[in-house]
Design a binder for this molecule. Structure first.
Ligand code: NAP
Ligand code: GLV
Length: 303
């Protein structure tokens, strides 16, 4: 088994892997064992992927596999992503905060406080305050259910239309109709050939005046210059962004000091080592006895 992470917490992953899979012989890239049966990776170098002939699976240490999709790896080797593994709960927390911040107008109160002004704002009708979620997969669905539970009107857009109590579903060819009614747009799509740059001047302009954008998926889904221009010209009221084209966000990027933009450093749902290793170990044990596993990616679709 081969392990590689581009993050700086490799030792903690190795400890957890050795605890959960004591029978495994785990090599750390670039120390490659003669035969690799499984690879466990996050943002691996291209060369690693060329060494996987005969491997039984590549496990990606995240939900999104966009960092792998253009790398050269043997087509016969399945790619397996993390499914939830402790991320849904965190996404629900993050998106709830962003939605409530916008809905209860906390930014306006912060601004009023800076000017020492006592300015109560009438409460908006929650049932008419529509939250639109792009991507109703594992994470989008968890967020949708939570927002419905809080009394918001919720709509969702996905490749195939979803039916969920309290959520109006839209399918792939209904993007414009979906966007027209979103007071807050939450992006939880995977980054694929189809979704790259999906949120651009044209599509963001379909949002109603004053809409707010929350991106917790991948920076490449949004054309950042278009988002900025639409916030600056007042069409959009602002954005809360966890992900960016370039990460870390470059020091000179205009998002850092924009009054209407709140940023966080790709932390909306952090990979949980213990839960992730437990999921991977369970999948490996299932593969070893020929049972089906969760999280196998359709590489043609890219997610
Ligand atoms: P998922 O279960 O695979 O869900 C993906 C959703 O997107 C599905 O509903 C899918 O539609 C929809 N979709 C994909 N391509 C589409 C297209 N071209 N048009 C319309 N809908 C499309 O993924 P997940 O586990 O919820 O994760 C979503 C993403 O969140 C990940 O890919 C990752 O990039 C991001 N993420 C970010 C963080 C962070 O910390 N910022 C953490 C974890 C994950 P169908 O249901 O019809 O297939
Ligand atoms: C994190 O961004 C993930 O895709 O899990």
């Amino acid at each position: 088994m081969l392990f590689y992470t581009g993050a700086d917490n490799g030792a903690r992953w190795m400890e957890a892997l050795r605890r959960s899979l004591p029978e495994a012989n785990i090599s750390l890239w670039p120390d490659v064992a003669a035969v690799i049966d499984y690879a466990i990776v996050w943002k691996p170098p291209a060369e690693l992927m060329t060494r996987l002939d005969g491997a039984r699976a590549v496990f990606n240490l995240g939900a999104g596999i966009d960092a792998l999709i253009d790398l050269p790896w043997p087509a016969a080797v399945p790619v397996v992503r993390l499914v939830d593994a402790g991320m849904s709960e965190q996404m629900v927390e993050y998106v709830s905060y962003a939605v409530l911040r916008r809905y209860r107008e906390f930014e306006r109160y912060e601004e009023a406080q800076r000017k020492a002004r006592w300015e109560p704002i009438p409460r908006m009708d929650k049932a008419r305050f529509n939250i639109g979620i792009l991507g109703l997969g594992v994470l989008g669905m968890a967020v949708a259910k939570s927002l419905v539970g809080q009394g918001f009107a919720v709509t969702g857009w996905s490749r195939t239309r979803k039916e969920l109590g309290g959520v109006q579903g839209f399918s792939e060819n209904e993007l414009h109709a979906f966007l027209e009614n979103c007071r807050v747009l939450v992006c939880l799509l995977p980054l694929t050939r189809e979704t790259r740059g999906l949120l651009n001047r044209d599509t963001l302009s379909c949002l109603p005046e004053g809409a707010y954008v929350v991106n917790v998926a991948r920076g490449g889904l949004i054309m950042e210059k278009d988002l900025l221009a639409l916030i600056d010209d007042g069409h959009l009221s602002g954005a809360m962004l966890d992900v960016f084209h370039d990460e870390p966000l470059p020091a000179a990027h205009p998002f850092w000091h924009h009054r209407r933009i709140t940023i966080t450093p790709h932390v909306s749902a952090l990979t949980q080592i213990e839960a992730s290793v437990a999921q991977i170990a369970d999948n490996i044990r299932r593969l070893e006895v020929g049972l089906p596993i969760s999280g196998v990616v359709d590489c043609g679709r890219g997610y």
